[in-house]
Design a binder for this molecule. Structure first.
Ligand code: IVH
Length: 650
């Protein structure tokens, strides 16, 4: 066990690793080193709950779900921005500025497409996070904000300060979330902005935590800083541990602004987050103050928007793609259309229900939206322009690849043939992908070649490839073949969760795989359903999916296991015996200390603290004014304990 000073040092070290990873985008250690140190920190905190550091990374983990958000006032107003769309309007704006103030410079940075958030720091501690709301009053989402790793829980600066910025979801993460939602038959987020805003406004911060949101600061609200210009103020903000703008420049002339705008616009697809323009702000704070505000926006700032990414085109064909789970996904082929420098020929349609909901027909004129490298999608059908010969898109009955009969489950239509070549190829591609076994170079094209030449029929076959077999294929020189064999060899001994994730069990993604491995390690094959449902975040459907997968694939799993030999996870710090260990408890009512604190205490004793009462609940612990949860517990015969009774048991 660490000493207290070692513990404090470890917390500092973890925060430094996280800063390099989440803020600087420049990791300086491995997951393994981070996780090992994190576990030591958890072990110390379990033994010394009274010594937990406020900025310990364990304190970011979600609190109990809220019933509703409370309203909170911004200390100074959050403004909107006026837009300009072209050079002329930009020049007019500059002219107006320079009529009132002279010798100004212009600070330019991206306009992020997300949800704005106001962070209030007092004595260097993050005390409140408030959404924009109507600009004066927003919703308090502090607990959710704490789960965002690019928001520091503590900063070096001690005076009162409001830090403003945009919460965004990176494009890659947006695609991942929507793919997951599609698989679960949930409605999709229309764009990354909605996904970011929706994730920030979750009553259960655990959901927010899973969305990998990112905070990008763009300004300061109330403050007592004595820094005369915006660029220096932003440098100050970055020094406090916030993520810097990926591109920014202080300009003197309209030409410089225009050039920088062109540069940003051309590279907009290369940014990890969605941008919808560039913001131009007067750099000198004194000049800003002189220019002042209109009813809704500062006169000293403007959003110079990027051109629209929507175009009208025609649907000319529908392709059907079969994924690894057999789900058949329709893709629209459209009349090639240039949008902002890229020719678009395909648009995703997600599923057949979506086609029906939007009433998309063959030969319809449609609006397509392309944003960044997100796959273009059809946002609207121009029904009043529908041609006579438009054709309703029928739900397919037979697999377009193997021609076996499809199972129509409503939202999803599935090919049931396990040997369907599309399923096999995509399953292998998935197995090798980054969040699974991370085998470099095994993309769709190569797997398809291997499959067509009869070298692989299942994941297992990958491990029996030889240099001889590979070099016999066209286009496989010795170096390429050797690299592939090496990459396959290197995945042996991977972390256990990668192995579980790679199995492609329905409803079990990366997070669930990690939870399963942490709980069962390599004994997952013998897990019982009740043990799985008892895991945080696991419902019936997930547990059933795991049980069914094991039942059908036990042998295959064992074979793969023997070949790959995944590493077993390190055991969790063990908790001493106590009346709460392994129990499921629910907290309700007002207690003598904040509930999150009590929750953390119980969790350190090995209890699982849940947000709602069910038959699974072992204890309901109640404070003053306990309401419906208390009544429900009594009705279900759950043991109820007052806070004092609970403390007596500690
Ligand atoms: S400054 C002082 N800068 O755009 C003016 N806003 O349309 C207040 N936004 O509510 C905003 N990137 O949520 C500013 N670099 C940036 C921004 C930005 C995105 C959002 C922000 C604001 C909205 C106004």
């Amino acid at each position: 066990m660490m000493t207290k000073s070692e513990y404090l040092k470890a917390v500092k070290e973890l925060n430094m690793y996280a800063y390099h990873y989440y803020v600087l985008d420049d990791p300086i250690t491995t997951d393994e080193v981070y996780d090992a140190l994190y576990r030591e920190v958890v072990a110390f905190e379990t033994a010394h709950p009274q010594d937990i550091a406020e900025d310990s990374p364990t304190q970011r983990i979600g609190d109990m779900p809220l019933e509703a958000f409370s309203k909170a006032a911004h200390r100074s107003r959050m403004w909107s921005l006026d837009d300009v769309f072209d050079r002329q309007d930009l020049l007019k704006w500059i002219e107006r500025i320079e009529k009132h103030v002279s010798e100004v410079r212009y600070y330019c940075e991206p306009k992020y497409d997300g949800a704005s958030l106001n962070l209030i720091y007092e004595n260097g501690r993050l005390v409140q996070a408030i959404t924009r709301g109507d600009g004066s009053v927003g919703e308090e989402v502090t607990q959710n904000a704490k789960t965002i790793r690019s928001i520091p829980l503590q900063i070096a600066y001690r005076e009162f300060i409001e830090i403003r910025g945009e919460v965004v979801i990176f494009k890659e993460e947006f695609e991942r979330i929507n793919a997951e939602r599609l698989e679960r038959g949930e409605t999709l987020f229309a764009n990354a902005r909605n996904a970011a805003a929706g994730s920030l406004r979750q009553l259960d911060s655990k959901i927010t935590a899973r969305r990998n949101l990112v905070f990008l600061p763009y300004g300061i609200g109330s403050n007592t800083l004595d820094i005369p210009s915006l660029n220096e103020r932003m440098d100050f903000v970055y020094k406090q541990g916030f993520k810097a703008a990926p591109m920014r420049l202080t300009c003197k002339t309209a030409e410089e602004i225009e050039l920088f705008y062109e540069r940003m616009k051309t590279s907009r697809d290369d940014f990890e987050m969605m941008l919808d323009g560039m913001v131009v702000k007067v750099n000198e704070i004194a000049a800003q103050e002189r220019l002042g505000y209109t009813v809704k926006s500062p006169r000293w700032a403007i959003a110079y928007k990027f051109p629209a990414v929507e175009k009208i085109t025609t649907v000319i064909d529908i392709l059907l793609q079969v994924g690894r789970t057999g789900v058949v996904t329709p893709v629209a082929v459209v009349e090639p259309t240039e949008i902002d420098g890229v020719v678009v020929e395909r648009a995703t349609l997600h599923n057949f229900d979506e086609i029906e909901r939007k009433d998309i027909r063959l030969y319809d004129k449609v609006i397509i939206l392309r944003s960044g490298d997100v796959i273009p999608k059809i946002t609207k059908v121009l029904i009043h322009e529908r041609p006579r010969d438009s054709q309703v898109i029928e739900r397919p009955k037979y697999c377009p690849v193997c021609h076996s009969e499809l199972l129509d489950e409503g939202v999803l239509i599935k090919c049931q043939n396990l040997d369907c070549s599309a399923r096999v190829v995509n399953a292998i591609v998935y197995f090798a992908s980054k969040p699974c076994l991370n085998i470099d170079g095994l993309g769709e094209k190569i797997v398809d070649t291997l499959y067509r030449n009869g070298l692989v029929r299942s994941v297992k076959d990958l491990f029996f490839l030889t240099l001889e077999k590979l070099t016999a294929l066209e286009g496989f020189k010795e170096k390429k073949s050797n690299n592939l064999l090496l990459a396959i060899e290197r995945c042996k001994g991977c972390e256990c969760w990668r192995f579980v994730n790679a199995l492609g069990i329905e409803h079990i993604g990366e997070v669930a795989s990690k939870a399963l491995c942490e709980r069962f390690g390599l004994r997952l094959l013998d897990a019982k359903k009740e043990e799985i449902t008892a895991l945080e975040g696991f419902g019936e459907e997930m547990a059933e999916s795991v049980m069914e997968f094991i039942r059908v694939n036990k042998e295959r799993m064992q074979e793969l296991y023997t070949i790959i030999q995944p590493r077993s996870p390190e055991p969790r710090a063990s908790v001493a015996e106590n009346p709460f260990k392994g129990k499921t408890v629910v907290l309700t009512g007002a207690m003598s200390e904040p509930r999150p604190k009590i929750k953390a205490m119980l969790e350190r004793l090995g209890a699982k603290v849940s947000g709602s009462v069910s038959k699974k609940t072992d204890y309901l612990i109640f404070g003053d004014d306990a309401g419906s949860k208390y009544d429900k517990a009594r009705a279900l015969g759950v043991t109820t304990l007052s806070e004092d009774a609970m403390r007596a048991m500690f």
